[in-house]
Design a protein around this ligand. Structure first.
Ligand code: APR
Length: 320
């Protein structure tokens, strides 16, 4: 059987980490695409030179031309620019929207059958625009946010409770912003829901509230520490788990920014909800019933995403 082909659009911090993980996990051959000449070639060569040491087989190709992604099974998109001081949200939106247009056209022409995972921020609006520009079926494109936000929450819980991260489950839904919705009720340690852990005295309600807040601001915490960039190890690992579920038909249930077409009372937006990812892409959207408080938080988050999407439509009226 031929190896799978994984195209990484954007060979920056996350793109390079993705390329390394694809090799270490032997998920397939890698195409690294970037407008920065030499960078995808250099990162590809560097990782390929680590393969004899780590003992994995994967071919790495750097490219500046979209024809290189021809026939890719999976495309992971990190292309774009981060927000810089003095840049407004709309400035960033305008720049990355143009990037999504170029990437979407490239996918439409060369990899229309791929499963696409978008990571570029502002995530929920960019994945929405990328679906429009690429014309992909909504089941074949998702945004990566929920796995990362949930992983952050899981890390904080495991550290606080003093147990292995392997035994901690957590769900973070809604948009990928400060008003995301960590679902405490469905988060658990060894199957014991967090509210029960509070009752049992393992953690205090104040601890739990602090962890929820830290999760919401998790991206900013890393930016403040790194100073020159944003997180890349955990975002890359999160996207790889989504790609692996598709490539190996694992049917994992993961929180992803998925296209909603009536579920959760939302129509035509990409919002973070639990989905099952298998060989056909998004095979199921899990429509959880919220409590009143969760519903209010979710609706606030949806309103933020709608605001970003409306701004995209104003910047590029062809999207309206
Ligand atoms: N086509 C292809 N690549 C592009 C384009 C484009 N039009 N515009 C920019 N790039 C490339 C840059 O050259 C750079 O190598 O995208 C890469 C982005 O990499 P980094 O700046 O290192 O950003 P990274 O940390 O990888 O994050 C990427 O993910 O989490 C989000 O907010 C983050 O939007 C950002 C994205």
């Amino acid at each position: 059987m031929a190896r799978k082909k994984i195209a990484l659009i954007g060979a920056g911090q996350i793109g390079g980490t993705l390329a390394h993980l694809v090799g270490l996990k032997e998920l397939g051959d890698v195409i690294l695409f970037d407008i920065a000449e030499g960078v995808p070639q250099g990162k590809g060569l560097d990782i390929a030179e680590s393969a004899p040491v780590d003992g994995f087989d994967a071919r790495y190709t750097g490219a500046q031309d979209y024809s290189a992604i021809q026939g890719a099974d999976v495309v992971i998109v990190t292309a774009g620019v981060p927000r810089k001081p003095g840049m407004s949200r709309d400035d960033l939106l305008g720049i990355n929207l143009k990037v999504m247009e170029a990437v979407g056209n490239g996918i439409k022409q060369y990899a229309p059958d791929a499963f696409v995972i978008c990571i570029t921020n502002p995530l929920d609006a960019m994945v929405w625009a990328l679906q429009k520009f690429s014309g992909l079926p909504p089941t074949k494109i998702v945004g990566m946010a929920g796995v990362l936000d949930s992983a952050r929450f899981r890390h904080f819980i495991a550290e606080k409770v003093g147990v292995s991260v392997k035994d901690v489950q957590a769900y973070t839904l809604g948009g990928h912003g400060d008003d995301m919705v960590p679902l405490v009720r469905y988060s658990s340690v060894g199957g014991v829901p967090l509210p029960d852990l509070v009752k049992m005295g393992w953690i205090s309600q104040a601890d739990l509230d602090a962890m929820v807040e830290r999760t919401r601001k998790g991206g900013g915490e890393i930016v403040a520490l790194l100073k020159t960039g944003s997180a890349y190890y955990a975002p890359a690992a999160s996207a790889i788990s989504m790609a692996e579920s598709y490539l190996k038909d694992q049917r994992r249930m993961l929180p992803c920014a998925a296209h909603l077409s009536s579920q959760y009372g939302v129509d035509g937006l990409f919002i973070g909800v639990p989905v099952v990812i298998g060989a056909n892409g998004v095979e199921r959207i899990v429509d959880i019933e919220f409590t009143g408080e969760e519903k209010a938080m979710f609706e606030k988050s949806v309103a933020s995403v709608q605001g970003l999407v409306d701004a995209c439509k104003t910047i590029n009226p062809s999207l309206a």
